[in-house]
Design a protein around this ligand. Structure first.
Ligand code: ATP
Length: 509
């Protein structure tokens, strides 16, 4: 059942109070106006600035005196004695926390129960005081799906062609434009279409995609990536790569028909610079899906309710763009304040994390979460509990053969033939170096060769290696601790070779 049908069913079933979570006021009003017309009920809208207004062709003031919540609820109680009505209360969340207001909502609940009327509360977040939770039914409204966007698109093309005497034709572009619109609110989609028409006098999918990326970026929490990296750019990590390649197939229609559920995601744990972010980006390319990067540190805002709203919005966008990859880099950073959050931020951190964890457990849409973590000791146990991720991988420092591969990849990237270099010697000398450090060594060696006016050779690279202090030397104990933790909780991302000390093993995939 979609949200519109659910809402109509609840109103018909005489649910007294319904909470709608959405930031799209106009879309909700439009839908409620259709439902109330259909069910022959009067539709009222309340806001803190205008009080109660009756929605007919226009908005009519009902009782200009009834602006405060208390007087408005009293006025509505009178109205429902005379007629079947639905009243929508906008931006309700900041007003509903006072004990007296909570009591008034409980009172009206019982009045409504014996009536044919419904009270609908609208807010961008679900923030119902505990005392009211039993009295309120929640519908979390998703962002518009393709069919809703299609209506807007068709109306817009028709109107613009008539009004501006244009001849915009959708030809074969409809699907691309609608896909580009996923993740936007109806208003945003309309604006993006209008912008494309003004700028190009046409509907240009690439303008729409660029605009959509800007809009998503403006949320401040999500970033939309076009992944250029592929699996061939990753040296080593063979177990992880073959796991991902298998999972790619699980997103197909055939897999669904076969009974497979779309994979949920992975957590990669390991030292910095070992290719975790690189793998996340390459996964997007492998799966052929867009990648949304969620910046946990930006989720937390200073206003009351802002953090929860940010997180809800980010998850909603991810669901509406699905299938997609949600990349949560350094997920442990979000947990930084959690132990003390009860005192320092009134539990906001804990609530936001709870939101993410619940969503990870219950999400219905194919959003594949790729999370990375440098320090697993900062993760709460809930994070690693079964059901959140399909698997947890330990991405260790590269083995000798992996380092050889990484040297080859990065030499190729700078347009050099790895066959001209002593790769085996480089790998021997770089035990304990991460992929990022190997990349840096090559870059530095290239600078030096250029400075000296010479072609890059073995000696440049060897000298860079010898002058470099890898992080693993400075943080030896920490890396060992993570290895011990990983032995219990993780699958190895790599097939280890003899140098690493671990047994050569290929995990069951
Ligand atoms: P951090 O936790 O610091 O973000 P990370 O594990 O996510 O580290 P990346 O950001 O993926 O590491 O690595 C940085 C860069 O190092 C990559 O963009 C890539 O160029 C290089 N690199 C790291 N590991 C590998 C690898 N296995 N193969 C090829 N390149 C690698």
């Amino acid at each position: 059942m979609n949200w519109e049908e659910e809402l109509k069913t609840l109103i018909r079933a005489r649910y007294p109070i319904i909470w709608l979570t959405s930031s799209e006021e106009q879309r909700v009003i439009q839908k409620l106006s259709e439902i109330t017309t259909d069910l022959e009920k009067t539709f009222y809208v309340w806001s803190a600035t205008k009080g109660i207004q009756k929605l007919t062709a226009d908005l009519e003031d009902v009782d200009p005196g009834a602006v405060s919540i208390d007087s408005s609820l009293m006025a509505f109680t009178e109205l429902i004695n005379q007629e079947k009505a639905v009243m929508l209360m906008k931006d309700i969340h900041p007003f509903i926390q006072e004990p007296l207001t909570i009591r008034m909502f409980k009172d009206i609940y019982f009045e409504l129960k014996n009536s044919y009327s419904t009270l609908i509360l609208l807010a961008p977040i679900t923030d119902i005081p505990i005392d009211l939770q039993k009295y309120v039914t929640v519908i979390d409204i998703p962002l518009p799906e393709k069919e809703e966007l299609r209506k807007i698109l068709e109306v817009m093309v028709k109107d613009v062609n008539e009004a501006l005497n244009l001849n915009i034709e959708l030809n074969g572009n409809t699907d691309t434009i609608l896909n580009a619109g996923l993740g936007l609110t109806l208003d945003e989609f309309e604006n993006v279409l209008a912008k494309s028409i003004v700028a190009k006098r046409n509907l240009d999918p690439s303008t729409i995609i660029t605009e959509k990326e800007q809009i998503i970026k403006k949320t401040g929490i999500l970033e939309y990536y076009h992944s250029m990296e592929s699996m061939e750019d990753i040296g080593g990590l063979e177990n992880l790569k073959s796991w991902l390649m298998r999972r790619k197939k699980a997103f197909s229609r055939e897999a669904r028909e076969f009974g497979l559920r779309p994979p949920k995601g992975i957590l990669m744990v390991g030292a910095p610079g070992t290719g975790k972010s690189l793998t996340a980006k390459a996964t997007a390319k492998l799966f052929g899906m867009p990648l949304l990067k969620l910046d946990m540190s930006k989720v937390f805002g200073s206003l009351v309710g802002e953090s929860e709203k940010n997180m809800a919005e980010a998850l909603k966008i991810a669901e509406s763009i699905a299938p997609c990859i949600l990349f949560v880099d350094e997920i442990e950073k979000a947990f930084a304040g959690i132990s003390s959050s009860g005192e320092t931020d009134s539990g906001v951190t804990a609530r936001v994390i709870g939101q993410l964890l619940t969503w990870m457990q219950e999400r219905q849409k194919p959003v594949f979460v790729v999370a990375t973590c440098n320090d697993p000791f900062k993760l709460p146990p809930e994070m690693t509990r079964a059901g959140r991720f399909d698997d947890i991988f330990h991405v260790d420092l590269p083995s000798r053969s992996e380092r050889e591969e990484i040297f080859r990849i990065h030499l190729n990237k700078i347009g050099r033939d790895p066959g001209n270099f002593d790769i085996s010697e480089f790998a021997r000398l770089t035990e304990g170096y991460s992929g990022a450090e190997i990349e840096q060594i090559i870059t530095e060696a290239l600078y030096r060769a250029f400075d000296e006016g010479l072609e890059l050779d073995n000696q440049h690279i060897i000298e860079e290696i010898q002058g470099y202090m890898p992080l693993s030397k400075k943080r030896k104990d920490e890396i060992e601790r993570i290895r011990k933790w990983a032995e219990i909780y993780c699958k190895p991302a790599s097939i280890r070779d003899s140098e690493s000390g671990s047994k050569a093993r290929r995990i069951e995939l």
